[in-house]
Every structure is written in C-alpha cells, then in structure tokens.
Design a binder for this molecule. Structure first.
Ligand SMILES: NC(=O)C1=CN([C@@H]2O[C@H](COP(=O)(O)OP(=O)(O)OC[C@H]3O[C@@H](n4cnc5c(N)ncnc54)[C@H](O)[C@@H]3O)[C@@H](O)[C@H]2O)C=CC1
Ligand SMILES: O=C(O)C1=N[C@H](C(=O)O)C[C@H](O)C1
Length: 269
C-alpha cells in the first residue's frame, strides 16, 4: 500500500481527502498533521473525518510525520505549502499540491525544488474541470478575436484567495487560445467610469457567497450570440478523488512537476 500523509487534515478538503484515501484500494492513511495550535491536534483523524477511529492522530507540523509516508497530499494555504515542498524536496517524498493562491515566485521556486521530488500541482483536481480547461483553449482558438471572453467564478464565503486558481487557469488557457497572455490582457476589477471594453481583454469576476462549493463559467460572446461553458461542483469529493488518483499515479515517477493533464492522460488532446 502507498502511505499517504494528509496536510491540513482538519480542513474542508483535508477531511474529504481522508475519506477518499480510506476507500482507495492502493492508498492508506499513514499520518495527518495540522498547523501548530490547531484544536484538532491530538484528535484521531478517523474519528474526525471517517465516523470511526483509525488510530492515526493529527500531529503538529510536517517534520514530525514526514518519515512515515510515501506521498503528501496538500490542500492548505500557499505559504504553508511552500514550506512543505522544501521539506519534501530534502526528503525526496512525493507531493500532490491542490492549494491555490501560489504566486509566480512560489511556482518558480516549486519548479526548482521539484528537481528533487516528484510533484503534481494543479488548481483543480476534478476530471470535468480538466476537460473544461481543454474545451476553453480550443473554443477560444476556434472563435478567435471577434468574441469577447469573460470568466465568472463563485465560491463559499470562507475562501481566502481570489480569483480562484481555476479561474486564473481558465483565463491563461483562453488567452493562449487567442495567442495572448493573461498577464497582459486580464482585467480583474471594473468600477466607475472605466470606458468601453477594450478588444482582447479577458475579464475575471468573483462571487463569494454562503456554501457554494465552486462554480466557473467562461463566456465567449460574439455578435448576436454566445457560448457559455460552465462547471458546477456538487461536492468536494471529486476534487479529493482527483487528488488520490494523482497520489497513486505519482509515487515512483521521476522527479519533476506534473499536472492533472499528465495524471489523466489529457496532455496531447
Ligand atoms: N486543487 C483543487 O482541486 C482544490 C483546491 N482547493 C484549495 O485547497 C486549499 C484549502 O481549501 P479548504 O480545504 O477549503 O481550506 P480550509 O481552510 O478548510 O483547510 C485548510 C487547512 O489547512 C490547515 N493549515 C493551514 N496552514 C497549515 C500549516 N502550516 N500546517 C498544517 N496545516 C495547515 C488549516 O488549519 C486548515 O485546516 C485552498 O487553497 C483551496 O483553494 C480546494 C478545493 C479543490
Ligand atoms: O477553495 C475552494 O473551495 C476551491 N478552490 C479551488 C480554486 O481556487 O480554483 C478549486 C475549487 O473550485 C474549490
């Protein structure tokens, strides 16, 4: 069995990861940890997330558990994630990173660190969202410059980063489809007398409300008609399922950064 270390085990995703690891035929929960001072430290992760004790207690910090596992699954917070990646690189332990909000600098450092460990990093581990990524780039390329591209994302009111990592990825792929760069054409805020929409810009808008799990719509609006490509998450389980699929796929691979396109075999589509 592949031994999994769950980062942020008391979090919304951490608990669903525990469930998905528990039912995966190749994976077992070897350890779980939380941030220093988290009230869940010392609790049995099975009791917290699976409805019955499994004997794995939530420990404080990665250092105390790193030697117990083959792969870390991380859905925490970007600054914490980078600390874990540095430790994983030193110990050559595989890591699946679902945490969003990683900066350009974080991603550059991660690419360097991943020379020393295998790592899957993706802003969205859902199969359907990864299919949406492919559709958006192709649709943008087919429709071209005559169509205005706008992205709207909606999430729960506890989410800390905006726009979502998925919306940013959708924006990057849509921009690539029309040979542009999101960093040059992305518009993240509109307020006041801002003038007419500039040709080629890609707008990204954010909604934060109640318990919305995660919704993304990409508009391709042309003269007299439009296409809307939408993904709606009904629960967090498909993100967690994607993360466990990635963990089982990753262990034993050469060092380096992989995406869910690699895991799902979508790279060449
Ligand atoms: N890639 C994907 O498919 C998905 C990514 N996410 C991302 O996952 C991240 C977590 O989301 P949620 O579970 O909703 O957040 P959450 O706030 O419920 O859980 C995060 C957990 O990480 C823990 N944590 C923070 N710093 C830590 C540290 N230094 N050491 C150990 N634990 C630490 C927190 O105490 C908390 O329990 C976010 O960045 C979110 O955007 C969420 C869903 C899907
Ligand atoms: O924080 C969340 O909940 C989610 N975050 C990811 C993101 O930022 O794209 C993925 C998913 O939509 C849920």
């Amino acid at each position: 069995m592949i031994k999994v270390i769950i980062a942020g085990a008391a979090g919304r995703m951490g608990q669903r990861i525990a469930h998905m690891v528990n039912i995966h035929p190749q994976l077992t929960i070897a350890a779980a940890f939380e941030a220093e001072g988290n009230p869940a430290i010392g609790r049995d992760v099975g009791e917290l997330a699976l409805g019955q004790k499994n004997g794995v207690l939530i420990e404080p910090g990665l250092e105390s558990v790193i030697d117990k596992g083959d792969v870390i699954i991380d859905f925490t917070f970007h600054a914490a994630t980078m600390g874990f990646a540095r430790i994983a690189a030193k110990k050559n332990v595989a890591m699946v990173i679902g945490t969003t909000g990683l900066t350009e600098e974080n991603l550059a450092e991660l690419a360097e660190l991943a020379k020393n460990f295998p790592c899957v990093q993706a802003p969205n581990m859902s199969v359907c969202v990864n299919v949406l990524f492919k559709l958006v780039k192709k649709t943008a390329a087919i429709l071209g410059d005559d169509f205005d591209i706008e992205i709207v994302e909606a999430h729960h009111n506890k989410k800390k980063d905006a726009p979502s990592g998925t919306a940013l990825k959708l924006g990057e792929l849509a921009a690539e489809g029309v040979n542009r760069k999101l960093a040059e054409v992305g518009v993240f805020e509109r307020n006041g007398i801002i003038g007419e929409r500039k040709a080629g810009e890609i707008g990204i808008s954010t909604i934060r409300a109640a318990d919305i799990v995660g919704e993304h719509t990409v508009y391709f609006a042309g003269p007299g008609e439009r296409i809307e490509l939408t993904h709606r998450a009904h629960s967090r389980d498909h993100f967690a399922k994607g993360a466990t699929t990635a963990a089982a796929w990753l262990v034993g691979r050469p060092n380096g950064i992989y995406t869910m396109f690699d895991v799902l075999g979508l790279q060449d589509l």
